[in-house]
Ligand binder design. Structure first.
Ligand SMILES: [Zn+2]
Length: 134
């Protein structure tokens, strides 16, 4: 599967977005090393802080299904330029080592970046003195 195919799936996943407040629907598709693709859309809430992005919903669905290794994540929205993941999603993308992020809109525009480019100097397990131990 290439970036364009994964982007097509992300655009389709966008149709399931629940965005009655922002009216900004986003879709994501995550290709795992297993070959399976997990999708997500943004899901908002009247209590705005509970809203979760398409990218994190896709990643959490994959991790919840037992996946740990990933090849590529695509994200799509109806934006003038290819849509970029928010800071919170960049942190989660880094946590799971997703190497390639493909950003797109509903037109043909696609932009591809590495997780490292999206989140330089990110926080990780190695940032903690205790390495996660108690
Ligand atoms: Zn986000």
């Amino acid at each position: 599967m290439d970036a364009k195919e994964l982007m097509k799936i992300a655009r389709k996943a966008r149709q399931n977005a629940y965005a009655p407040y922002s009216h900004f629907a986003v879709g994501a598709a995550l290709l795992a090393e297993s070959g399976r693709v997990y999708t997500g859309c943004n899901i908002e809430n009247a209590s705005y802080g509970l809203t979760c992005c398409a990218e994190r919903n896709a990643i959490f669905a994959a991790v919840g299904a037992g996946e740990r290794r990933f090849k590529m994540l695509a994200v799509a929205a109806d934006s003038p330029e290819p849509v970029a993941p928010c800071g919170a999603c960049r942190q989660v993308i880094a946590e799971f080592g997703i190497p390639i992020v493909v950003m797109g809109n509903l037109k043909e525009a696609i932009k591809t970046m590495s997780a490292e480019e999206l989140l330089p100097y990110g926080f990780g397990q190695e940032s903690m003195n205790n390495k996660g131990e108690k």
